[in-house]
Design a protein. Structure first.
Length: 412
């Protein structure tokens, strides 16, 4: 029987895992990949990617909503090494959550009659940073089993501006939200089984939810007009800065690969995120939204800016093929369930199907450069603004393109 080792089989789908979940359910971007740490030896990499989404829709009255998906970039890096046969350490950086949306033109989420440009468009910008430190312990007679874990430092910030010319959205016209960048801590734990002689590696990784004590700075200009009709004792705040919780979701990643022959590798990935537990509830928007509903004789317990109905599931299968000693190519197909429908117009798609191609070239036995591209067929969705319960439109036949590069170093 022919034997082959992972160190000699240069066709892992590194290029295609640069940002395999960008444009996926909820606010997911990086997928928080963890398969690199379960490899043996010393590993270091830096990666960069760009996503170009094309997302447009149609309002209930038939008006067209032009492309609202903003092009965005991201990067990651990591280093991992074995201290000895039993212990290994590593540090990794990624950008796990984000959003970039801009409504322009003439639609419900723009206000073309506003006096200043800043009040004509609805825009969303969410960004995050994650630093993970890991310690791994090899177990078993042949060190085939590994357990690993460590702390996660996460930073997150957001800016939201909602502007509208629609009477149905009058209460949120001019709404501004700024969540200043803040730090919070969680953890990651996992286990892996490896059998290098047949190219087998299987790993499962759990990342905890992370609770941020976020600083919400909000402004609701519409409240000033409401206050002129209320007695002083019942008047509402139009501006407020207050601390409130924002909890990013936990996740489970499963990574698998096995050699089919000395030059071919099969890979598979799965991911679960309980987005149904996630929401963003700015305190001023919540308080004023409940009060405005009460003035209209309606009882509402909570008014949220963003929430999801369902958990998300992702599956991806790929094949890697070494063509020469230095060159390998790869391909993949993937599916993401999305996080329910209707969805927020701040990210109006429900999951995707994807196809990808990539290549990896070894510059030296240790150094390699990878490049990859993916096409994502984004799922159709109905846009519903959670803060007002107003239907914005139908978003159909949308897609996105992903391009990435990775420079890596690996040595046994």
């Amino acid at each position: 029987m022919s034997k082959f080792h992972l160190s000699k089989l240069a066709c892992a789908l590194t290029a295609l895992s640069l940002a395999s979940l960008s444009g996926a359910a909820g606010l997911d971007r990086s997928g928080q990949a963890s398969e690199d740490f379960s490899s043996s030896g010393t590993l270091a990499y830096i990666s960069a990617y760009q996503i170009d989404p094309d997302i447009s829709g149609k309002e209930p009255n038939g008006d067209i909503i032009g492309d609202l998906g903003e092009k965005y970039e991201g990067y990651g890096y990591g280093v991992k090494t074995d201290i000895n046969d039993k212990f290994s350490v590593g540090v990794f950086y990624d950008q796990p959550f984000g959003a970039a949306v801009l409504f322009e033109g003439d639609n419900s989420l723009t206000n073309i009659n506003a006096a200043v440009d800043d009040r004509k468009k609805t825009a969303v910008d969410v960004s995050s940073d994650s630093f993970t430190g890991l310690l791994g312990v090899n177990l078993g007679v042949n060190n085939n089993f590994k357990i690993y874990g460590g702390p996660v430092l996460q930073k997150i910030e957001a800016n939201v501006k909602i502007n509208s010319q629609s009477p149905a959205l009058a209460s949120v016209n001019g709404y501004d939200l700024n969540i200043a960048k803040n730090d919070a801590y969680g953890y990651m734990v996992g286990a892996a089984y490896v059998k290098p002689e047949i190219g087998l590696k299987a790993a499962i990784t759990y990342r905890s939810e992370i609770e941020h004590d976020a600083n919400y700075a909000e402004s609701m200009p519409f409240i000033n007009a409401v206050n002129t009709q209320l007695p002083p004792a019942l008047r509402l705040d139009a501006i407020q800065t207050k601390e409130n919780q924002l909890t990013t979701p936990k996740s489970v990643n499963i990574d698998f690969q096995t050699g089919l022959n000395p030059t071919t590798l099969l890979t598979a990935k799965a991911r679960w995120v309980p987005w149904s537990d996630f929401s963003i509830t700015p305190p001023l928007l919540d308080k004023n939204g409940v009060a405005l509903n009460a003035l209209q004789g309606k009882t509402v317990d909570k008014v949220k800016l963003l929430e999801y109905d369902k958990d998300s599931y992702m599956l991806e299968v790929g094949l890697g093929k070494r063509l020469t000693q230095n060159l390998a190519v790869s391909g993949s197909i993937g599916w993401d369930s999305g996080a329910g429908n209707p969805v927020s117009p701040l990210g109006p798609t429900e999951g995707y199907y994807s196809v990808g191609l990539g290549a990896k070239y070894n510059l030296t036995p240790e150094w390699a450069v990878s490049a990859g591209a993916k096409y994502l067929m984004l799922g159709d969705a109905e846009g519903l603004l959670a803060a007002s319960g107003t239907k914005i439109g139908e978003f159909e036949d949308n897609d996105a393109y992903l391009f990435g590069m990775k420079l890596s170093y690996a040595a046994k």
